[in-house]
Write a new protein. Structure first.
Length: 96
């Protein structure tokens, strides 16, 4: 089992397990960057509100990326099916 890694998010220290140190630090850096963006936009919000808005923004980015991935997979699958059908027709379908 991997040893705990110390990270800091929003000025709070956390110990996380299950990932390597470099990855944990990249994740913390990503979250802190998004947190700073929210803090600039919502200056009068509380720390908890900043964190919740940051989580919502990250979730929104994730859902958008996931939707784009699914659309790309579908487009790739459709293209592959068309290419395979055309190959089948050119190679073996003409003798039928």
């Amino acid at each position: 089992m991997k040893k705990p890694v110390g990270i800091e998010i929003g000025g709070q220290r956390y110990q996380v397990k299950g990932t390597d140190e470099a990855h944990a630090r990249r994740l913390a850096s990503f979250v802190n960057e998004r947190l700073r963006e929210v803090q600039k936009q919502a200056k009068n919000a509380s720390t908890q509100q900043h964190l919740v808005l940051t989580m919502l923004n990250i979730a929104d980015e994730f859902f958008g990326a996931d939707a784009r991935r699914r659309a790309l997979e579908e487009a790739t699958r459709d293209t592959l099916q068309r290419v395979l059908a055309e190959l089948d027709e050119r190679i073996g379908g003409g003798s039928g």
